[in-house]
Design a protein around this ligand. Structure first.
Ligand code: 13P
Length: 287
């Protein structure tokens, strides 16, 4: 059964580790991530962007697939199904479809509008036993066509949103989605510390987990990050393994063109990346 992310993140915050959110795109992604979590006794959050939700034909399909896999694969570790960077409409759709967690990304709206919508969703999520992530300070890079500049959040605005009763808070600290450019200045730990000192025990979320050096990840966890989002890195692993299979001509040998064979190396590669991240984040055996 899907669970809210609240308990797993509070445990992570208290235990000084982080739970990974890995974004899903299809059956192979979902299966790879769920098996990696189960085999390593780790809690996990499946992230679904609005674009990926659309790609999978809608949130109801996603809920059906994930719930089916939890049962058929005998998954017993805590799993949350979470909307990533949702608009208000998207949040309402996921609540209705049976997600166990949502992110309302009001970071592109004026703070008053972000506050008003977050407040409304806090109420609904509390009634439904769902977790809610809010965002302050746009996270850079591109995701589903939305481009942010990687700004640092205003700690006072973070406190304002945290005080509304959200479960976890994503705050821009110079992180960006996708690959980091060569001239990236790194995470702003100064900003993270200021946010932590004002938001207390609130689990903080680090987006753009792909390509952040290990020492920075560890320091961020020390400073209150309890959830780390990874998307691009799984895509890169999948693509590299699939390319290798095709370039070796394996799709042309025997029934190598069978999608169950063709997609197998990529699926295994996603799994390996997820396990690597779980080790780094410290969530193994924390289910
Ligand atoms: P990356 O694609 O950079 O790993 O970021 C993922 C993310 O933050 C999803 O919200």
């Amino acid at each position: 059964m899907l669970v809210s992310a609240k308990e797993m993140l509070e445990k992570a915050r208290a235990g000084h580790y982080a739970v990974g959110q890995f974004n899903i795109n299809n059956l192979e992604w979902t299966k790879a991530i769920l098996l990696a979590a189960q085999e390593n006794n780790s809690p996990v959050i499946l992230g679904v962007s609005e674009g990926a939700g659309k790609y999978m034909t809608g949130y109801k399909t996603v809920v059906g697939m994930v719930n089916g896999m939890l049962e058929e694969l005998n998954i017993t570790v805590p799993v949350a199904l979470h909307l990533d960077h949702g608009g208000y409409e998207g949040c309402m759709k996921c609540i209705e479809a049976g997600f166990s967690s949502i992110m309302y990304d009001g970071s592109h709206s004026p703070i008053e509008e972000n506050v008003a919508n977050t407040k409304e969703l806090v109420k609904i999520c509390a009634e439904k036993g769902m977790s809610l992530e809010a965002e302050v300070g746009s996270i850079g890079g591109e995701e589903d066509g939305v481009v942010g500049m990687g700004e640092c959040a205003d700690p006072q605005e973070c406190k304002r949103i945290a005080d509304l009763g959200v479960t976890m808070l994503a705050a821009g600290i110079g992180n960006i989605h996708g690959k980091y450019p060569a001239n990236w200045k790194g995470l702003s730990f100064e900003t993270l510390e200021a946010i932590k000192s004002l938001t207390g025990d609130m689990p903080l979320v680090l987006h753009g987990g792909t390509g952040i050096p290990e020492d920075m990840i560890k320091k961020a966890i020390d400073l209150g990050v309890a959830k780390i989002n990874v998307n691009t890195e799984c895509q890169l692993s999948f693509a590299a393994a699939t390319r290798e299979y095709i370039e070796a001509g394996k799709d042309q040998q025997g029934k190598g063109y069978d999608p169950r064979k063709l997609l197998a190396p990529g699926t295994e590669a996603i799994k390996a990346t997820v396990v690597e991240k779980m080790e780094l984040f410290g969530s193994i055996n924390k289910a």
